[in-house]
Write a protein that binds this ligand. Structure first.
Ligand code: FAD
Length: 490
């Protein structure tokens, strides 16, 4: 075991970590970022397509881990997509430099202002909607597809049919902004550049087109000369020593074997390992090293109301949803103003390379019953207090939605995709557990720890009502601006 020292360490290179890194580096601070996954951009290894899962398809698994159709066996590799399995919920996360931005659908959605105020009653929502959200949109390179393109492009037939069906059933549809570069996509369509979204690339990574964090925040942070990124560095636990922290780190190879062990000391630590990673490190270090935690840590956890569902026999005899789907979603159903059935639903692609006449929806609901997270010292595993009862209202909404859609448009609940057509256990958006202003100060400093900051999805209590990365980015921009103003980093 070797020992190394750094002034500031950030654990994790997703949204929270990337924003924190850029703002610290711009302020002239030397920052070391530890990421358990691979630096894909640097490795030269390409991402695999959905129809042909390869190296990037799964984090050290022998079989693919997509939400369905996992017929593919794999050679274990430090892939970009991981799935954490609990009894009544499966949680997908990104691994690698860029975190979730490598594998996500790129949907950059502003939360409803009323709901933002309900979730964060102590934040100045005007300031967020005037300043931090626009700043996040600009840095993340958010853009919107041209309507003419969406109308003409055969890869978006699934969306066109989906929107028409939703409107016919009396729902409101909306256009959803994205970080995928739609100019690039138009060139893909014209065959002027290599195809990515139009060639089945997304949850195992995009080789082109998507402005993931390695192309935005992290690129700018590296350009300052102040950021050191160490990939394949998996932090095992945290020990509080004097005023600083000592991390036990495993350096792994791409087959997951430990090749070296390091102790890394820092004066200041930023935890940005994503909701599940941050909770695991905090709760495990508490159990094993006596890291002091306040009683709010682990509370107000939720799945952002994620509930997947689908319909079969969609326009089966009149062309279905098209043979080829772009992997990048652009449409949604906004039923948020209905007090009885409050939800938002993404019209998700099903890029299988054939016309399966099946529509897939990722619903986002309110979380009326948040769960909690703890650590079992005997099994050394996180335990989620979360069961089907936590998703019962979401299930009511899903059944309502399916009933309404099928009645007007035909089609049946998709038993092909999910048992009874109800994907209650699919979660892409774990949130909460280290809530801003509860487990932390108003700017993300963990209570009773002068030098430990939590800056990621765990700050949001259980749900935000839309896909969360834009909100995570804006929150961390806000926290960092204020922490730097307070001279929290010297
Ligand atoms: P993350 O982005 O999860 O980053 C955490 C990083 O920390 C990871 O790279 C991880 O490997 C690393 N890490 C964890 N533990 C350790 C450790 N012990 N040591 C070292 N490193 C560690 N959101 C949207 O807004 N729009 C979408 O369209 C969208 N689509 C999605 C699709 C999929 C398939 C998935 C899985 C998610 C999607 N999301 C989407 C969710 C979004 O990606 C996450 O909310 C977001 O990435 C969370 O950001 P974060 O900063 O909290 O952490």
């Amino acid at each position: 075991t070797t020992e190394e020292n750094r002034p500031i360490i950030i654990i994790g290179s997703g949204y929270g970590g990337a924003v924190a890194a850029l703002r610290l580096c711009e302020a002239g601070k030397k920052v070391c970022m530890l990421e358990m996954g691979l630096n894909w951009a640097k490795s030269g290894i390409s991402f695999s397509k959905m129809q042909k899962p390869g190296k990037s398809a799964a984090w050290l698994k022998k079989q693919s881990i997509a939400p369905f159709f996992n017929l593919f066996s794999l050679e274990p590799f430090t892939g970009a997509l991981d799935r954490l399995d609990f009894k009544d919920i499966k949680i997908w996360v990104g691994r690698g430099v860029g975190g979730g931005s490598l594998v996500n659908g790129g949907m950059a959605v502003l939360p409803k202002r009323d709901y933002f105020e309900e979730i964060f009653p102590n934040l100045d929502s005007k300031l967020f909607f005037d300043k931090y959200f626009p700043k996040a949109q600009q840095e993340l390179k958010v853009n919107v597809a041209r309507e003419e393109f969406l109308n003409d492009c055969k890869f978006y037939k699934f969306n066109k049919v989906g929107e028409a069906e939703a409107r016919k059933a009396g729902f409101k549809t909306i256009r959803v902004p994205n970080v995928y570069d739609f100019d690039y996509m138009e060139k893909e369509y014209r065959n002027e550049v290599p195809r990515s979204a139009l060639d089945g690339e997304v949850i195992y990574g995009n080789n082109h087109g998507k402005n993931s964090l390695d192309k935005t925040y992290l690129k700018k942070a590296v350009a300052t000369g102040n950021l050191e990124i160490l990939d394949l560095h998996s932090v095992q636990n945290i020990k509080n020593e004097n005023e600083g922290y000592c991390l036990e780190v495993h350096l792994i190879d791409t087959s997951g074997q430990i090749v070296a062990k390091k102790l890394m000391n820092c004066q200041q630590l930023i935890l940005a390992a994503g909701t599940m990673g941050t909770l695991e490190l905090l709760l495990k270090s508490h159990a094993e090293n006596g890291l002091q935690l306040n009683e709010e840590v682990g509370k107000h956890w939720g799945n952002n109301g994620n509930f997947m569902t689908g319909r079969n026999w969609v326009k089966a005899f009149s062309g279905g949803l098209g043979f080829q789907h772009s992997t990048i979603p652009v449409g949604g159903i906004d039923n948020w103003d209905d007090p009885k059935h409050t939800f938002f639903a993404e019209l998700a692609p099903l890029p299988m390379g054939m016309n399966v006449a099946t529509a897939l929806y990722l619903m986002i609901n309110k979380v009326d019953q948040p769960g909690s997270v703890s650590f079992d010292a005997s099994t050394k595993k996180l335990v989620l207090d979360w069961s089907r009862k936590n998703t019962s209202k979401m299930e009511v909404n899903a059944k309502f939605f399916l009933r309404k859609m099928n009645k007007v448009n035909g089609g049946t609940r998709s038993h092909m995709l999910f048992h009874n057509g109800l994907g209650y256990d699919v979660c892409y958006h774990p949130l909460g557990g280290v809530v801003l202003g509860k487990a932390t100060t108003e700017f993300g400093q963990l209570k009773n720890h002068k030098n430990l900051f939590v800056l990621d999805g765990s700050l949001i209590p259980a749900s935000i009502g839309v896909n969360p990365f834009l909100t995570i980015t804006a929150l961390v921009e806000y926290c960092m601006e204020n922490l730097l103003k307070e001279k929290a980093f010297g």
